[in-house]
Design a protein around this ligand. Structure first.
Ligand SMILES: Cc1cc2nc3c(=O)[nH]c(=O)nc-3n(C[C@H](O)[C@H](O)[C@H](O)COP(=O)(O)O)c2cc1C
Length: 194
């Protein structure tokens, strides 16, 4: 649950009957990170509106260059557009998921006095971080996800009818089966002390 300084409820705005919400708010982020696993098979089941709201609220908390939030999220509800996004993502069928979010860069929001290539890089990082925050939030809410980076930027812009470049697509839903996390590198190999 996201509250303001006066502990007024900001998200979710919808009243939740389930007691699960308290558990979710108390979720340990390390537990979520350690147990997240990409998922490409989703149940044919809608994701609750309040969960989506929590995911968007999580995206909204991500750090951004200068705090300008140089990104936009397209929430794809149209089945027709989802199918076109499958094509624009190298025909990866699981892009047609219960929830499809396209994270786009919006460099125009980044009002910093730096060269355009730096501003673009900032907005790309903003959009990527927002997607990563959303992905973790989704897992904290019992959902699974797949991050789609293999995309044809121009095709996606055409499908969405926007001049904003996409950075990634995040597909979400209830997993058909919860998968165990993949083994990762040992920290000794990952960290380079100099
Ligand atoms: C930048 C990036 C691009 C990715 N692109 C795709 C993609 O186009 N299609 C796909 O099926 N998975 C894609 N993935 C998901 C990875 O395959 C997955 O995260 C990786 O295999 C590690 O598995 P894990 O997420 O379960 O730890 C992408 C992930 C990242 C971070």
């Amino acid at each position: 649950m996201f509250t303001d300084k006066n502990t007024q409820l900001l998200y979710p705005k919808e009243e939740i009957k389930s007691h699960d919400i308290e558990d979710i708010v108390q979720t340990n982020i390390f537990n979520i990170m350690l147990n997240r696993r990409s998922q490409r098979k989703f149940e044919n089941k809608d994701v609750e509106e309040w969960k989506l709201e929590m995911i968007f609220a999580a995206a909204d908390t991500a750090p951004t260059a200068g705090g300008f939030q140089g990104f936009e999220i397209y929430h794809i509800k149209s089945e027709q557009i989802k199918k076109k996004l499958v094509e624009a993502a190298n025909n990866q069928p699981y892009v047609n998921a219960p929830v499809v979010l396209v994270f786009c860069m919006n460099p125009q929001r980044v009002k910093l006095n730096f060269p355009p290539e730096i501003i673009r890089k900032f907005s790309q990082q903003d959009a990527t971080l927002a997607a990563a925050y959303s992905q973790l939030a989704a897992h904290a809410l019992g959902l699974s996800s797949i991050w789609i980076g293999m995309i044809d930027e121009n095709k996606i812009m055409e499908v969405l009818g926007t001049d904003l470049s996409p950075s990634s697509i995040l597909c979400l839903g209830y997993p058909v089966k919860m998968l165990v996390p993949k083994a990762k590198r040992i920290l000794k190999d990952l960290i380079h002390e100099i």
